[in-house]
Every structure is written in C-alpha cells, then in structure tokens.
Design a protein around this ligand. Sequence first.
Ligand SMILES: Nc1ncnc2c1ncn2[C@@H]1O[C@H](COP(=O)(O)OP(=O)(O)O)[C@@H](O)[C@H]1O
Ligand SMILES: [Mg+2]
Length: 224
Amino acid sequence: MKKKKLNGLFLTNKKSFEAEKIRSIQVSLEFALITQKKKKILMFTSANKGEGKTLCISKIAQEAARQGKRVLLIDLDLHRPRLSKSLCGQNTKGLMNILREDGDLNDYVLSLNEDNLYLLPTGPLPPNPLEVISSDTLKELIAAISEDFDYVFIDTPPVRILSDSRVVATLCDGVIFVVKNGETKMQELKEAKEAISKTGTPIIGAILNGYTYNKKAKSSYVYY
Ligand SMILES: Nc1ncnc2c1ncn2[C@@H]1O[C@H](COP(=O)(O)OP(=O)(O)O)[C@@H](O)[C@H]1O
Ligand SMILES: [Mg+2]
C-alpha cells in the first residue's frame, strides 16, 4: 500500500500547546468510551460549515493512531470532501468506486504517513449523496470495515445545512460535536443537537474549537 504524505490537517510538532490539547481530548474520548462497550464508529459533525470538523477529526485520529490505535478516517462529506482533497489531491478513487463497482476495499483504503492511520476518501462525488448515504450497501460496508480497526472516525457535513449527518448518525455508535468558539450560536447548537438526538445515537461529547486561553496560545481545543 502506498503511503500518503500528511499535510496541514495534521500536527507535526508533538510538543506544542495544541498537540497537548489534542492529546487531552483523545484521552477524554478514551475515558468516555471505556464505560461503553462497542463504541468505535464515531461521527464528527457540527451545526454549521467551517466550524472545524475536518480539522478536529484529522488531529484526533492522528493522536489516537499515535497512541497505538488502528484508526480509519472515512470522508462522508459527499458535498465538500475537504478531508479527501487535502490528503489525496484529485480524490479520483475512493468510497464511491467501491459502492458503484463493487470494488475491493483494500484497493481504496489509503495508508497515511503515520503508523496505524488510514483514510477512505470519497472518490468522485455522486449526484445523489443522500441516497448513497441511506443505502444498505454503505451500511454493510461500514459494519464490515470497522472489524479491522479500533476506531472508525467519520467526517460529515453540517447538521443544520444538510440531512446527511442525521442519516450517517444511524450508522455510528456515537457522535462528537464540534463547536466553534465565538461563532456557533447556542440556538444553532441546540437545533443541531436535537436533530441528532432524534436519531437515537448517543452524543458522546463536544469539542470547543478555537478557544484562546492566552496570548501565547493561538488556538486550542476543549473537550467536555
Ligand atoms: N482552531 C483553528 N485554528 C485555526 N484555523 C482553524 C481552526 N479551526 C478551523 N480552522 C480553519 O477553518 C477552516 C474550516 O475548517 P474545517 O475543518 O474545514 O471546517 P468544517 O469541516 O467544519 O467545515 C479551515 O481553513 C481550517 O483550517
Ligand atoms: Mg469539513
């Protein structure tokens, strides 16, 4: 399997303030999951676009991999596949090929340049994302692929803009919300939380993205 280079979505300096925050979130996530059996397929979402879902999911996946977990990132943002594009450039091959051509998973899962970290990109975007996301084929694929990993982290579009993440939630064991400090409005978060709660999939936690502690720390992440 060809190794893909990591890029700006990932952390290179393991000792930075940001890296420490990400480690702390990952540890909190581990604790949150220890108490619940079979919680390994986790969806990251947020109320609106640009709140840091893709950034947070990448960094937390990287940290989990560094802690020895075998982690698969799946890009299920079939509208703006930033995760796939950032890591695969053209994003010509991926999930959609498996679904359309009944392809072999192993031909499309990319090994990233960090031990234990893998990515299933979207591949060419479908004209009917919601139909794809609601298909039994995708459900079976995610269930099957999750057998090979400790964690499957799924990136999704924003809850208030598209219905996709509500459907994806039904394929997952838990949901993690990303909230952008100073931008996500309480009412928007409430709306998004209610929409996800109706799916019956538990919300495991939330990450406050972009909170600044002091002048030295440009950005940080808080988990509760
Ligand atoms: N804490 C942060 N510090 C610096 N830039 C950030 C932060 N969070 C998000 N961004 C930037 O904001 C933009 C949107 O982030 P992204 O993760 O793509 O959001 P989403 O996936 O929720 O749409 C990106 O350019 C990203 O680099
Ligand atoms: Mg995104």
